[in-house]
Design a protein around this ligand. Sequence first.
Ligand code: IVH
Length: 677
Amino acid sequence: MAGKSKPKPEQVGRASELRELLARHNRHYYELDEPLIPDAEYDRLFRELLALESEFPELVASDSPTRRVGGAVSGGFAEVVHGMPMLSLDNAFSDQDVLDFDRRVRERLGTDVVVYCAEPKLDGVAISLVYENGRLLVAATRGDGAIGEDVTHNVRTIASVPLELRGSGLPRRIEVRGEVYMPRQGFLELNRRAQKSGEKAFVNPRNAAAGSLRQLDPAIAARRPLEMYAYGIGQASGGELPDRHSATLQRLREWGLRTSPEAALVSGAEGCLVYYRVLEARRDALPFDIDGVVYKVDDYGCQQQLGFVARAPRWAIAHKFPAEEQLSQVEAIDVQVGRTGAMTPVARLTPVFVGGVTVSNATLHNFAELKRKDVRIGDTVTVRRAGDVIPEIVSVVLARRPPGAAEVAVPAVCPVCGSEVVQAEGQVIVRCSGGLVCPAQRKQALRHFASRRAMDISGLGDQLVEQLVDSGMVKTAADLYCLDQMHLSALERMGDRSAARLIQAIDASRKTTLPRFLYALGIPEVGDATSRLLAREFGSLDKLAAASEEELQAVPDIGPVMAAGIAAFFRQRDNQQVIADLRKAGVGWDESAETARGSQPLRGRSFVLTGTLAGMSRDEAKARIESLGGKVTGSVSSRTSYVVCGEDPGSKLARATALGVQVLDEQGFLALLEQQA
Ligand code: IVH
């Protein structure tokens, strides 16, 4: 259909606007190492322009960002003309895109099944390394694809880039291509140091890597934790090269270069998609950021047959993971009052799909953070959600701030109960001083008390807690045990049956364990691991309540702040009263069990094992899970708590990811066991 109709004036205008926008973002991304918008937003603009151009080819300008790669070459560095252009990759955002890619490849090659080499798509900076007679001659960035910047002085400082290649069969001159990246740990440390010394922090590891490579002084780059993986060969002369990509990777390794250990051969689109799921599940466990997977036709003969279009090869595609950063708008900034009175500003956002879920709230942690990030109502912000981490606002897009965008100040009184707001000296946390007078604190305390790892009262959801507190029926946790069915049934949306079930659940929670009870009390800073520790060390509630700060501090892992907090909690009259009331209401546990048997911290959680663990046999893993109260089952369902994934996992892993079940690698599994011990 292309070219049949003429573009409307607004489409012509939009195309030119998009070209300008993309050029500006390219400059911020590639040349200034300071992107203004998330990658996903860039991709969206890019695709919008691509769609317009493919519908109306007359809109394609020779300098369109869709025809070229990356940024321009800036001053300060010598230029390097690439022997072969450094191209980009087309993107696939869905399974369907991958199926379409594979179909196009098969059709062009006239074959039934294609073997692909699948690799992680590292989120770093593309690099070209020219070796002559085995010695590193020049290292250059991609630049605009044709001409890059000479960053040899900096690349020489990267330990994983060999200055000399070893082994046999080396071409006289060879250009190795790969990605320079900064591992996440190194990035966090770098930013911590930068913040301490008042320097500007980097937005993400990729920008940190790019910024480090573009230092004029190699001494600075040398202090940056950069690493490199090689993923291919550019131009080569004076030697024989393998005829398949996977063999090239093998050869690069033999010559002393690092290549991605995750690279694997897969068969057809099906194989690609399984690889994608497996890697996606491991994404957070990898020590560096990846933003997707690259599939490359393995056979070079086939690659040649397929050739290139505009800026990308037809024989490869990047299958992107759901973006971890997106733009959204701040509709309001509310103040939430937590269980201990801590007041947290929370941004209410226009719902946005990010990191695989829809996000409509992002915590700003505290008022100091709100001020530092300068988030205002009406702002356009970059929202990030990586792995299971709570969504956060990374930064504000200042260029899109509406005039008069309102700042939010620390409230003078608690917005929920009107009590005075206090801030301890030297602390960032601002608190409501209302204690259990404050309905917000009361509600949070009750929610915590009833939560799964505490008293595990199912059916006592957020809404019900609201109703119970707002109606005045429940003030403290002990009041829960005085509720009767008649009063409960009178609540809105509460039928007789649910009331009866709730009464039953409350009743069942009377028989508990000491660690659960301690955790349920909501002692500041005492989580479930510490509760178990305290139960084990002191054996009884009375002994713990009577313990001095010194005695508490004698427990390993209990520091002075926590010891003081625990002692103060048990000294407080209101707390003593609630504990006494709870015990009077029949809440109790078998104290002899605490020291003898431990507290079965994995009770109620089910595990599925797949693949081979390096450090223990399956029986051993099963025994350890069961000794902590957990259960091991053979197949994955939505009720599975964890899938433990070793080497060569089976289809259980794909099923786990499809169902959204949490996947633990060996390290994660060991850490979980350790936590419970
Ligand atoms: S192959 C002709 N393999 O992704 C295509 N690229 O748009 C050559 N990247 O900045 C690229 N990991 O540096 C390839 N395993 C991988 C990669 C990879 C990351 C980067 C590349 C470029 C971008 C492609």
